[in-house]
Structures are given as C-alpha cells and as structure tokens.
Design a protein around this ligand. Structure first.
Ligand SMILES: O=C(CO)[C@H](O)[C@H](O)COP(=O)(O)O
Length: 233
C-alpha cells in the first residue's frame, strides 16, 4: 500500500533563503522537501552539496517523536554517487536517490546507502529503459522516473514517460514511484493516473499564489488514483 507524497523541489526556491523556503514548504503541508544535488559533470548544472544540506538540517531538525517528518529527499545528479553517501548521511539526508546511469553496481550502492542509515532510491533518465529497474526494485525504497532531462527546473513534462510508470506500478503495487519534472496542474493528473504516488514539484509550487493549495491539489489527484487502484494506505 502506498500514500501520496508531495515533495517540493527547492531548486525553484530562493537560494539566498533556502532555510526559510524549507520551513515554508513544510508549513504549507509538504510531506518531503526535494533537494537536487548537481555536480556539473553528470548534468550540465551545479547546485548544492553536503554543506548546504547540513545547514538546512540545522535549520529544520528532525522530530525525534515523528521520524518521517521533515524528510530530506536527496536527488543525486552526480557522477560517482558512491563517493557522497557518507557525507549526505552525515549532513542529514533521509533518502539518497542515485542515477542508474551513474554507477556500475547499483545493488552494492543500495547496500551502502542503507548501511549509512538512509532510504535508497534509483532514478532513470528519459532515455533509459525501465527494464533496468525490475531486478533492483525489490531492494529499493523508491524508484524515480524522470519526466524531464535532469539538470534544470521549469522544463516541459514528458508524457511519453508514463508507460514506464504504468509498467512499474503493474509489477510493484507497493513501491514508492516518484516522478520529477514539469509536474503541476494539467500534468499531475496524467502521472497520477499512470500510478505515480510521489510528486516532485518545483516551479508549480513555488510560483503558485497559494503553495498550500497547490500541494493539496497535487495530493488529491494522487489520492484519487490510488483509491481507484485500491492501493491507498
Ligand atoms: O530534478 C530536477 C531537475 O533536474 C528538478 O527537481 C525538477 O526539474 C523539478 O522542477 P520543476 O517542477 O520546475 O520542473
């Protein structure tokens, strides 16, 4: 059974005020915040790394009574993802999403992430076949189907990625399936219908007049479809 999880991407926030934006998103009802780590090598952009995540964690400490709260979902768009696992764990990351395309041994990497106390997730770029996730999925806490080429916010949602989501959902009814890129009103409906339950949304949430309403809208769209499939928690 899965539930709707809405993860605003701080990539669309104000980089001079990331701590405030992080608090604002949780105050607006987000389940997670999505932190896009880019190294300028795996993708043609550079964003944040362990020092910023560590500062954000100090600004938004974990709630010991509610361990799932204030969840940092770290999307590692980096070459050599093995290198950063301990640092992201020490910085306060809760989930480590590596790219399938960036590692030679995904299963070993999953083990390393779990040994470091984080949840393990694997992402695939638009050009990567979903089949690569079938053997790995039973070991994962989440799979991420990219709906844009990774690297930049504000791009157009690729609806032709939905067969990947459908195929994964058919095979793994209890897996968290995340979509990332171009999600908002008009596209979340398509992703939710395909079976996605974890929605990353940067531009649509940060540019909304009322981010709380947008987060609620995204959550309702996912919930409706999970109920339809009979897999809601
Ligand atoms: O991973 C990303 C880019 O690589 C971002 O998380 C993603 O693009 C979200 O931004 P938006 O909702 O504005 O499309």
């Amino acid at each position: 059974m899965v539930k709707p999880i809405i993860a605003p991407s701080l990539l669309a926030g104000d980089f001079a005020n990331l701590g405030c934006d992080c608090h604002r998103m949780f105050d607006c009802g987000s389940d997670w915040v999505h932190l896009d780590v880019m190294d300028g090598h795996f993708v043609p952009n550079i964003t944040m790394g362990p020092p910023i995540i560590s500062s954000l964690r100090k600004s938004v400490p974990r709630d010991e009574l509610n361990p799932g709260k204030f969840f940092f979902d770290c999307h590692m768009m980096v070459s050599n993802p093995e290198q950063w696992v301990p640092e992201i764990a020490n910085a306060g990351g809760d989930q480590y999403t590596f790219h399938y395309e960036s590692t030679k041994n995904p299963l070993n990497l999953v083990k390393l992430i779990k040994e470091n106390g984080m949840k393990a997730a694997c992402a695939i770029k638009p050009g990567t076949n979903v089949d690569v996730l079938f053997d790995l999925a039973p070991h994962l806490d989440m799979a991420l189907i990219m709906t844009v080429e990774p690297g930049f916010g504000g791009q157009k949602f690729m609806a032709n990625m939905m067969p990947k989501v459908e195929e994964l959902r058919k095979r793994f009814p209890n897996l968290n399936i995340q979509v990332d890129g171009g999600l908002g009103k008009g596209t979340v409906e398509i992703a939710a219908e395909a079976g996605a339950n974890v929605i990353v949304a940067g531009t649509s949430v940060f540019k909304a007049t009322d981010p709380s309403q947008m987060i609620e809208y995204l959550r309702n769209e996912v919930q409706k479809n999970l109920v339809k499939r009979g897999i809601d928690e």
